[in-house]
Design a protein around this ligand. Structure first.
Ligand code: BG6
Length: 459
């Protein structure tokens, strides 16, 4: 019942970064999908940005740039309005407040809940959070069940210190249950499936340790370059863009212990515990790589002498009894020859045999699971063994079971107030501690270059 009440209560999604990459590529599409599936109906969007739009011209922008002219999604356009403003200007927040009051008075005829989405580069977080709070807009007004919430995109800070500062600032203005730290990988169907798979199939969990697993590879390969996001990306590099968050989120789900239940608290605790045990894997120095694609420095927004890596490989160790001596090899890169995100669990070979079983969680391009096994090649007199793949793809369950985009889940859970698939402070801190170790280790690894479209083995 509470779920229904929450979903039906009117709310306004306030987007900071109205013309940014995230709004264009993900948020409006996710909203349109949620709306067409009937999950969210009673909402409005107020976009806040520096560019010179009014409601009409902004809607045209959204239709063209975010919804790519899809007329079915266009039904959400009338719910969108625009406020032009500066992040550091109190009067802009007054205008935002006026707009929100007018939406409440004219459209909902009551005070609505507010979701403040910071879809901006992290350098703007501090000023937006402070100004929002000063403006009084963060005070809920929708009755007993009324709420205001703030959503922030990773990375949270740029190291442990800045992450702590951000947390202090957030804690000054919001209660923990109002803060949603997004790592959209946690919200992906295929990542949620890792735990379901591990804990619902009794044939796999007994294998889930150093006794049977030789190594784990987490690969995050993208064909896309950083074009269009140069300014944002150059401040981070691949390690902070996806390593500190998405790859470690995947690692935590593979390596964590079974939580005592599926509550947000229990999951956060076990994910954080594993991340807190991460160290550099000694004896794998050869695998550490750090590289930048040729032409990166001439991307718009990128410094001409940038040292940011667009590719890396890191070997991590989880220092507990279960995973001792099992390397977790994390690799990520842009401008590669293929787009593929996957986790490969590579099992030990049986004594003297060559065959090596693998379990693969596929995350992109298609979401699913594959198992590599070996079978006898058919034929009289043949004793040959050949490799076979058992495979399941979410897309094969045509239509109804198709995995929805992670941002739909992010928005849906934020409206419900469910923090399970968001990152907790403890996880973020543990991740930064590991990243500090990687950065320390990297001092010895020179930045190489690679050609766009390279295969990983060529780097
Ligand atoms: C984002 C990173 O968080 O995730 C991008 O900033 C990356 O660099 C993207 O391309 C990948 O997400 P998805 O959902 O497209 O796999």
């Amino acid at each position: 019942v509470n779920t229904q009440i929450q979903l039906q209560s009117p709310f306004v999604l306030v987007i900071f970064g109205a013309t940014g990459d995230l709004a264009r590529s993900k948020l409006f599409k996710a909203l349109a999908a949620l709306s067409s599936k009937g999950w969210l109906a009673n909402f409005r969007v107020v976009a806040f940005g520096r560019r010179d739009f009014d409601d009409m011209s902004y809607r045209q922008f959204v239709f063209r740039e975010a919804l790519q002219g899809d007329s079915q999604s266009a039904v959400i356009l009338e719910k969108i309005s625009y406020v032009k403003g500066e992040f550091k200007d109190a009067s802009s927040y007054r205008r935002l407040g006026d707009k929100l009051s007018s939406v409440d008075a004219k459209e909902f005829k009551k005070c609505s809940n507010k979701l403040f989405y910071l879809a901006v580069p992290p350098v703007h977080y501090e000023v937006i959070i402070s100004e929002l709070s000063l403006s009084g807009l963060t005070i809920p007004c929708g009755g007993d069940l009324g709420w205001t919430r703030v959503l922030l995109e990773k990375p949270f800070g740029s190291d442990l210190e800045t992450a702590k500062r951000l947390d202090l600032l957030l804690a000054k203005h919001f209660k923990e249950e109002q803060i949603f730290r997004i790592d959209h990988y946690l919200a992906k169907e295929s990542l949620q499936n890792i735990l379901a798979f591990r804990f619902s199939n009794s044939i796999f969990e007994p294998l889930w340790s150093r006794k049977f697993v030789e190594r784990v590879e987490i690969n995050f390969f993208e064909e896309r370059t950083v074009a269009g996001r140069g300014l944002f990306y150059d401040g981070l590099g691949a390690l902070l863009d996806v390593g500190q968050n998405h790859l470690l989120a995947m690692l935590s789900l593979i390596a964590m212990k079974k939580p005592k239940d599926l509550s947000a608290g229990a999951l956060h605790k076990e994910r954080a515990k594993v991340l807190g045990r991460l160290k550099i894997f000694c004896g794998q120095e050869g695998v550490f790589r750090r590289a930048q694609y040729e032409g990166y420095r001439s991307e718009s927004g990128v410094a001409p002498d940038s040292e940011a890596e667009t590719f890396f490989t890191v070997a991590a160790a989880v220092l507990n009894l279960r995973w001792r001596n099992v390397p977790f090899l994390l690799s990520a890169g842009k401008a590669l020859n293929e787009s593929k995100v996957e986790i490969r669990i590579i099992f030990r070979k049986d004594d003297g045999r060559l065959n090596q079983n693998e379990l693969i969680f596929k995350i992109r391009p298609s979401e699913g699971i594959a198992i590599k096994f070996f079978a006898k090649k058919p034929g009289l007199g043949s004793e040959e063994i050949e490799e076979k793949i058992l495979s399941f793809n979410y897309d094969d369950d045509a239509g109804k079971n198709k995995a929805s985009d992670a941002y739909e889940k992010v928005l849906y859970d934020a409206v419900l107030g469910d923090q399970t698939l968001f990152a907790s402070t403890a996880e973020v801190s543990a991740a930064w501690k590991f990243i500090a170790k990687v950065r320390g280790h990297w001092k010895q690894a020179p930045l190489k270059t690679y050609k766009k479209g390279s295969r990983v083995e060529e780097i």
